[in-house]
Design a binder for this molecule. Sequence first.
Ligand code: ZN
Length: 144
Amino acid sequence: MNGPLHGPARAVFLEPSRKIAYLKDVSDSISPTEACLSGRCPRCGEGRIFASWLQFRAACPACGLDLSRHDNGDGPAYLTICVVGGLITVLAALVEIRFAPPYWLHRLLWLPLVILGSVVILHYAKAWLLAASFRHHRLEEDPS
Ligand SMILES: [Zn+2]
């Protein structure tokens, strides 16, 4: 993470044996989008990464990838706020312009949608960021 290159581009500076292993590992892994939508491990594509809807397992049950070492910080929450907040704001504005309902109806309609949408989107945002992080920072994660 210190150099200007990340992910597969960093393989250029590896010794030949590690370069081959690294590039094979990258080509065998699934894309962050596939990992996100399926909820599967970004390295093997087999093991489920979630122990519950929003909590990762400690490790992939199929390949043993240590998921506890990945830290996405506030990334999933930021993505969720952008997606859900933007979508609900546009929908609320359209409903207000078209129907002009009373304020209590806005609250009754949008509050549950914000809560439900946030929980759903947060799950996928966490999975996608974990997979993207794994793909682009894997050299620092696995020094073997
Ligand atoms: Zn795995």
